[in-house]
Write a protein that binds this ligand. Structure first.
Ligand code: DQA
Length: 147
C-alpha cells in the first residue's frame, strides 16, 4: 500500500512560521512523524512539499496508478485552488485532508476548502497528529476495514 503525503505552500517554514498557530515543530520533525506513522501503519509513504500550485497539480496527476491514496494539506491553496480540487477528482484516489490548525475557528476566508470537496475525511486542529490519523484512516479504508 502506497500513500502520497502532499504539503502546500509555506509548510516548509514550520517551526519558524507563526508558532502560536502552527506550533514550534519543524518541517523535518513533521516528516519524521509521517515516516513513523507510515511504519506503524505498515504502508509505504512518499512526502512531497511545494510552494507552487501547478507543481502540486502535477504531483497529484502523477500519483495515478502509482499510489493507493493521498493525504493532502494544501495549505493556503485549500481556500483558493479549483485546480487542486479538479486534479484530486480526476485521479479519483481516496484522499484525506489535513490542517495543522483548526481552520474552522479562523478567518472567514479560510472557511471554504475546495480540496476538501474531493476528500473523504478532514482532520484539523490536531497539530502534526492529524497526519498520523489521516494515514491510519487511509490504511483502514484501503484495507477494507471501514467504508
Ligand atoms: C493550514 C491552514 C491554512 O489556512 C493555511 O493557509 C496554511 C496551513 C493548516 O495546516 O492549518 O498554510 O493548511
Amino acid at each position: 500500500m502506497k500513500i502520497l503525503v502532499l504539503n502546500g505552500p509555506n509548510l516548509n517554514l514550520l517551526g519558524l512560521r507563526e508558532p502560536d498557530i502552527y506550533g514550534s515543530g519543524t518541517y523535518a520533525a513533521l516528516e519524521e512523524l509521517i515516516r513513523a506513522a507510515a511504519a506503524e501503519a505498515e504502508v509505504e509513504v512518499e512526502i512531497f512539499q511545494s510552494n507552487h500550485e501547478g507543481v502540486l497539480v502535477d504531483k497529484i496527476q502523477q500519483a495515478y496508478g502509482v499510489f493507493d491514496g493521498i493525504v493532502i494539506n494544501p495549505a493556503a491553496y485549500t481556500h483558493t485552488s479549483v485546480a487542486i480540487l479538479d486534479a484530486l477528482k480526476a485521479v479519483a484516489l481516496p484522499a484525506v485532508e489535513v490542517h495543522i490548525s483548526d481552520v474552522s475557528k479562523r478567518e472567514a476566508f479560510r472557511q471554504i476548502s475546495y480540496a476538501g470537496l474531493a476528500c473523504c475525511k478532514t482532520y484539523m486542529g490536531l497539530g502534526f497528529e492529524g497526519y498520523r490519523q489521516a494515514i491510519l484512516h487511509l490504511k483502514d479504508l484501503l484495507g477494507g476495514k471501514i467504508s
